[in-house]
Design a binder for this molecule. Structure first.
Ligand SMILES: NC(=O)c1ccc[n+]([C@@H]2O[C@H](COP(=O)([O-])OP(=O)(O)OC[C@H]3O[C@@H](n4cnc5c(N)ncnc54)[C@H](O)[C@@H]3O)[C@@H](O)[C@H]2O)c1
Length: 313
C-alpha cells in the first residue's frame, strides 16, 4: 500500500487521542471510521471533534467550509467488522498490553495483509505489539502528541519486523497530513520524544523536591529560558552553537550532579497516592481548586495556534 493510495482509515479508540487523530485525517480529506466500544463514548468523541474543528476555525487555521466537510467525513462505528474498504488502521486504545494484543490479533485476522496497522502507543514496544500477529511486517508505531490537531510532530517507529515499504509509506502519509515526521529507527522504550521529555521532567521534579526553586520558577526557567529557543533550534543545534568544547567541559563536571534516580521520586509517589493528580483532581504541583480548567486549556490552545501560524505549521 503506497501513501497516495490510502484514503480510508479506521481509528480504533475515540478517547483524547483517537478523536483528535480522526479529526486530523478528516481535515486532510481522508474518509474516517471512528470505532469505540459504545455509541455513548462515540457521541462524546463527536462533541470533542466538533470543538476541535471550531477552535481551529476561530483561530483562522481552517475555513468554515473545510471544517464542515471534515466533520462530514467521519463515521462513528461500534462494530469494526462492518467497516468496508479499509486502507489502514490507527490504534489509539488504552495503554495496556493485553488490550492492544487482543485488538491487534483481531485486526490481523480481519484485514488483508496490505492494510497497515499503526499503533499510537506511548511506550509499549512495537515489536511486542506486533508479536501476536501473523503479519508483523505491517505493524508500525505512529506516535501522535496531544492535542493531535495542534502538535506538528508524529514519531514513526520501526518495529523489529516492520517492512521498509511500510515505514516509507507512513512517512509520506505523515507529510500528507501536513505533520512533521521523525523517524525512530530502533524500537526503544519512550521512543524519541518521551525519553527526552522525561529526562527533563525527572530533573525538574528533583529540583523541586530538593527545594532549589519553586514550581513556578522551574516552569518559568523552561518557558522563558532555554525552552523559548526550542521552536527554532533543538538541543544538538544548541550544542553546536555554544561549542563542543564548552559542552564537553560542562558535561564532565555537571553530569555527575544530575538526577539519575531509577524510580519515581518520593514527591511524585506521595502525590499520586494522595490523589493529587493535577488538573483532573484539582491539585498536583499547583492548586487548581479555583481555576476554570476548561478556560485555562482553551487559552493555552489559542496560544499554540498563534505560535503554529508564526512558525508556518
Ligand atoms: N493522552 C495522551 O496525551 C497520549 C499522547 C500520546 C499517546 N497516547 C497513547 O494513545 C493511546 C490512547 O490514549 P488516550 O489518552 O486517547 O486514552 P483514552 O482513555 O482517552 O481513550 C481510550 C479509548 O479506547 C477505547 N477502547 C478501549 N479498548 C477498545 C477496543 N478494544 N476497541 C475500541 N475501543 C477501545 C476506550 O473506550 C476509550 O474511549 C494510548 O496508547 C496512549 O498511551 C496518549
Amino acid at each position: 500500500m503506497e501513501a497516495g493510495e490510502i484514503t480510508n482509515v479506521v481509528v480504533v479508540g475515540s478517547g483524547v487521542m483517537g478523536a483528535g487523530i480522526a479529526q486530523v485525517f478528516a481535515q486532510e480529506g481522508f474518509s474516517v471510521a471512528l470505532n469505540d466500544v459504545s455509541g455513548e463514548v462515540l457521541e462524546k468523541a463527536k462533541g470533542r471533534i466538533l470543538d476541535g474543528l471550531s477552535l481551529l476555525e476561530s483561530g483562522g487555521l481552517l475555513s468554515k467550509k473545510t471544517a464542515k466537510e471534515a466533520a462530514g467525513r467521519i463515521s462513528y462505528v461500534t462494530d469494526i467488522e462492518t467497516v468496508k474498504d479499509v486502507d489502514m488502521v490507527m490504534e489509539a486504545v488504552w495503554e495496556k498490553i493485553e488490550i492492544k494484543h487482543e485488538l491487534f490479533k483481531k485486526l490481523d485476522g480481519l484485514f488483508s495483509p496490505g492494510v497497515i496497522l499503526a499503533s499510537n502507543t506511548s511506550g509499549i514496544s512495537i515489536s511486542r505489539i506486533a508479536s501476536v500477529t501473523k503479519n508483523p511486517g505491517r505493524v508500525v508505531g505512529m506516535h501522535w502528541w496531544n492535542p493531535p490537531y495542534i502538535i506538528p510532530v508524529i514519531e514513526v517507529i520501526r518495529g523489529e519486523q516492520t517492512e521498509e515499504m511500510v515505514i516509507r509509506t507512513v512517512r509520506l502519509l505523515v507529510e500528507r497530513l501536513k505533520k512533521k515526521p521523525v523517524m525512530v529507527n530502533k524500537d526503544v522504550p519512550g521512543f524519541l520524544g518521551n525519553r527526552m521529555q522525561y529526562a527533563l521532567m525527572r530533573e525538574a521534579v528533583s529540583l523541586l523536591e530538593n527545594g532549589v526553586a519553586t514550581a513556578e520558577d522551574i516552569d518559568t526557567m523552561v518557558k522563558a529560558g532555554f525552552g523559548f529557543k526550542f521552536p527554532v533550534i533543538g538541543p544538538l543545534e544548541t550544542i553546536d552553537m555554544a561549542g563542543m568544547d564548552i559542552f564537553y567541559n560542562v558535561s564532565k563536571y555537571l553530569y555527575g550532579e544530575l538526577d539519575d534516580t531509577k524510580t519515581a521520586q518520593k514527591i511524585v509517589e506521595k502525590k499520586a497516592k494522595e490523589n493529587k493528580l493535577g488538573q483532573k483532581t484539582g491539585e498536583g504541583f499547583y492548586d487548581y481548586s479555583k481555576t476554570d480548567i476548561k478556560s485555562l486549556n482553551k487559552e493555552r490552545v489559542d496560544r499554540y495556534i498563534k505560535i503554529m501560524k508564526d512558525l508556518g505549521y
